[in-house]
Design a protein around this ligand. Structure first.
Ligand SMILES: Nc1ncnc2c1ncn2[C@@H]1O[C@H](COP(=O)(O)OP(=O)(O)O)[C@@H](O)[C@H]1O
Ligand SMILES: [Mg+2]
Length: 314
């Protein structure tokens, strides 16, 4: 075989392989860098955000659909860097409640940054709220307890999601048994590693869900900021209205101030009468999750998950 040393005898001394010879051997030296190219057929735009768009695309080489996230062109370098970082952080997760990230790259020529993830069938929780649909409590408990499993997994790895809200909680179904709801926590666009990242220069996240300590410029915050945002999301999906509904269109600065100082009414105010123990447990859960002082909140995702699951026994 050309290019291979014989098992016995002196190694063959010969000229470098010609391009025609290389594929025949299929043998590459460790350390060699192989260039590959991917092609995706864009099918439709699924969503448009501030930083870019998400498309459903077809990967013919793998015969599967993927979700293709494209960053808008002409974004500053720090945004491009954060985009690539999002892909790398998420690509190294392996958890049933987190989407699989497949690949990341730059489109040759245009310089557009792209990443691909497994394509999820279903809808995000934000869409459900938008349509004014209320979710029965047992399903809501299932959705949030799966979300908390994902949070427990990332928090253990010292990653804070920083953008927890219904839009980033995706409801899909098990591909074999469609009756089983499977939740995927998506969008690591502004997530932060407590171990390796500097305190961010910009306040990042959604002001409607941001924990008080996260609203402070160069402020210190940890995983409990995600639990706060999840508490706000829980209220919203439970009652169909945001805890600060009357202020939802206020300017950003006002929303941030509200997160710091305004204590919202308990969710029971907006719910039909129910079993008193369950109503009290719902109000107590919301109050604890969204305490202004992080030390008063659930200590971690696991304990919040236990409290959410206990709602069904109340
Ligand atoms: N892997 C996926 N499969 C299907 N839809 C997705 C996927 N990832 C995101 N989406 C949809 O696109 C929306 C925007 O994606 P997201 O990652 O949250 O980006 P953005 O930074 O724009 O919020 C999501 O709310 C969800 O509805
Ligand atoms: Mg999002």
């Amino acid at each position: 075989m050309p290019g291979l040393a014989p098992l016995d005898g002196p190694p063959l001394v010969r000229a470098p392989l010609t391009p025609e010879e290389r594929p025949i051997t299929g043998v590459v030296r460790p350390g060699v860098q192989l260039a590959t190219q991917k092609f995706y057929d864009v099918v439709e735009c699924i969503a448009e955000g501030g930083m870019g768009r998400i498309y459903r695309a077809y990967d013919a080489s793998m015969d599967r659909y993927v979700a293709l996230k494209l960053l808008k062109p002409d974004m500053p370098e720090y945004v491009r860097k954060r985009f690539r970082r999002e892909a790398v952080i998420a690509a190294n997760f392996s958890h049933p409640n987190l989407p699989r990230v497949l690949d990341v790259g730059t489109v040759p020529g245009s310089g557009l940054e792209w990443m691909t993830m497994e394509y999820l069938r279903g809808r995000d929780l934000g869409r459900v709220v938008e349509r004014g649909r209320l979710i029965p409590l047992p399903l809501l408990v299932d959705i949030y307890s799966q979300t908390l499993e994902a949070l427990d997994y990332i928090h253990t790895r010292k990653i804070v999601h920083c953008d927890i809200k219904p839009d980033n909680i995706f409801i899909t179904r098990d591909s074999y048994d469609r009756r089983i709801v499977v939740i995927k926590l998506i969008d690591f666009g502004v997530s932060r590693s407590l171990e390796t990242d500097e305190v961010p220069e910009q306040i990042a996240g959604d002001p409607l869900y941001m924990a008080p300590e996260q609203t402070v410029y160069r402020g210190e915050f940890d995983h409990r900021a995600d639990l706060y945002a999840l508490g706000i999301s829980f209220f919203e999906t439970l009652t169909g209205r945001h805890p600060f509904q009357d202020e939802i269109n206020s300017p950003v600065e006002q929303l941030l101030r509200m997160q710091v100082s305004r204590v919202p009414d308990p969710p029971s105010r907006w719910l039909p009468p129910g079993p008193p123990r369950q109503v009290d447990a719902l109000d107590a859960l919301f109050a604890k999750a969204t305490a202004k002082d992080p030390a008063q909140r659930f200590a971690d995702a696991r304990s919040m998950r236990r409290a959410i699951r206990a709602l069904l026994e109340a």
